[in-house]
Structure formats: structure tokens, C-alpha cells
Write a protein that binds this ligand. Sequence first.
Ligand SMILES: [Mg+2]
Length: 367
Amino acid sequence: MPPTTSPRNLTLASYKLHRLRLPLAMPIGDSQVKFDVHWMTVLELVTGDGLTGVGFDLQQGCPTPALAQLQAQFEYNMWPALRGANPFGEALRISRPRGGNVGAAILPLAVETALWDLMGKALDLPLYRLLGGKDPEVPAYGSTLDFHLNDDDFRRRLGDFKRMGFRAIKIKVGHPDVEWDLKRLGIARDVMGAGADIMVDANEAWSPKEAIRRSRIYRDSSFNIFWIEDPITREDYAGYAQLRGEIPFTRINTGEYLGFSGKRRLLEAGGVDVLNLHGSIGASRAAAHLAGDFGIPVSLGNTLLELGVHLAASLPEVLYLEFSDLTWNKVAKEPVKFANSKAIAPDRPGHGIELDREALAQFSQSE
Ligand SMILES: [Mg+2]
């Protein structure tokens, strides 16, 4: 019998890059860094039959190379392997980098995201469904990235999240003066109400001893902290295990800054209560699988255009997804929606983020 439908041509045929400068509405950062601007690269991968997959990459603060340079790097290091390839094979392959076989990957996250977007579109499935999810809604928290805001601006930002319906909030701590931390915790509780879940992120500001001391001070000052994020340096697995034993009254959230191997060591050391994932869909799925093997839940850190919502909606035991309400959502015709302290995965094919061409033109800067 001859086929009744014409075969599709899903092979990758062309691509387009956009270089964007996204000024932030307010400075963001933590006890270690401060940024006023984001530089985003948007990648469009187009198949032989005209489907387009969209992916994103981000650099904070420091400008990305000029568009011509980005294009030349992509053309040399990435496109030869992608041209004519099938997006399914490219996205699903497990490769083992060995020694000199590893080239400099250019925009790897944008490529992976665009490939998954194409898979969803080719199958006419929202990404979270393709990944096995059934419920598009995921618990979400507001994340203020507030370390460099004065108290008034901090209060206003908390109010914005409260008005958006958030009942969970994460604030920055790690100031040299613990009284500053306590003052900010007080403001957060005041604005969000006593029933809100409050998380803190120290961004590796402390030694294990200082982390234990501060956690106890917060508790003794009547703050019930849902989780403490990145209290000490990322690779201090023994320190994390010690901490976990000494502050059983809260959860330790970490792993955000670790690769797959680091996450495995952290889990093996018993140093984490909530494993933090973000970025690559493939690597995050592998890490979530591993976390499940240790009986440890996960959380999703900030992801570009909030696309981690698809991953979160498809994984078991996701406590929360982070939302910081940043400028990058301006390039989406319809950004991921948040309501009632939940993120809602778009029910459109692929990741469901369609580019707003006017915004793209507005933020584009070729050099
Ligand atoms: Mg963090």
C-alpha cells in the first residue's frame, strides 16, 4: 500500500540568530553579583517543511559578541552538525564527551530548546505533554533578586508579587550584618502575610559554621524558613551533609551551580533536601531521575522565558518553580502565565512561546 499522507521533511534546513539587549526594570542580584542588563541570543531553527523551533541563551551584564561574530561562531562550531539532521535524533542523543572530541559549543541551550520546540510542534503536542506531564499547573514562588534594592523598593517588589497572587516568596540574604537579613525577613513577612512560604538564598556567602549560626538566628527570631538556598560553596559536599544534620528545622536547597556529576556527589553525600534544577531539559531530566533514586524532591530555578514550566509539569516531586518577572518575557507574544501562586504551561504545540517581532526589533542590537 502506498502511504496516504505525504512524508514530512523535518530535517534542519536553515537558522536565524537575533542578538538582544534587554535593560532590566531594576538592578537584580545577590550577595555576590549585581546586574542592570541582560544580553539574550534568540535562535530560530527551521526545518525543510517550514516548522520553526525557537531557543534562547542568556548572558548577564557582559555584552555578547557582535551578531556577525555570533553567526560566524555558530556557523563554524554548530551548524555543520545540525544542517540536514533530524531534530529528534539531535535532541535525544546521549553523547559521552571524551578528551579532545569536545568542541566549543556555541549557544548549546538555545539549540536544545529549539530542538525540543520542534519535536513538540512536529507531534502537535505541548512540550510538557511530550515529556509525560498531565497537569499544566505547577506551584510557583516569586523571587525578588533584591539584594541591591533599598527597603522601599524591596517592599514594592514584594507587593507586586503579592498582587500577582503569589503565596510563596524567596528573598536574598547573606549581608555581612545579620540584622540586615532579619530586617528584610520582617518586611517579607509583613507584605506577604504570615501564611506565606518564605525561602532565603545566600548565594554561597557563608562558611558551614556561619550558615548554622544564621539559620538558628532566623529560627530564634521566629522566622520559619521553607528552604535555605546555597548557604555555602557548591562543592563542599561534606559541609552540606553537616549542615543538613545540624539544621533539621528547615530544608537545604542547592545544586543549582553544579553539573550532573556534582549533583550526583551532593546526593551521595546526603547534603541536600531539595535539588535545584534549571537549564538543559536533557540534563535536568537525568538529574531529576537521580534525585528520585535518593528520595529527594526537586525545584526549578529561573529558566529563560519561564520554559522550565514544561519540565516542572512533567517531573515527579517538584516543590516549586522560581519566577522573577524579568524583561525577557517582553519578547514573547504571550509569555508563560502565573496565577494563584502557580505557573501554567502553555497548551500550544512545542514550548508555546511565539516571538513578538516588534519587540525583537526593538531590543535587537547587532553590535
Ligand atoms: Mg539561587
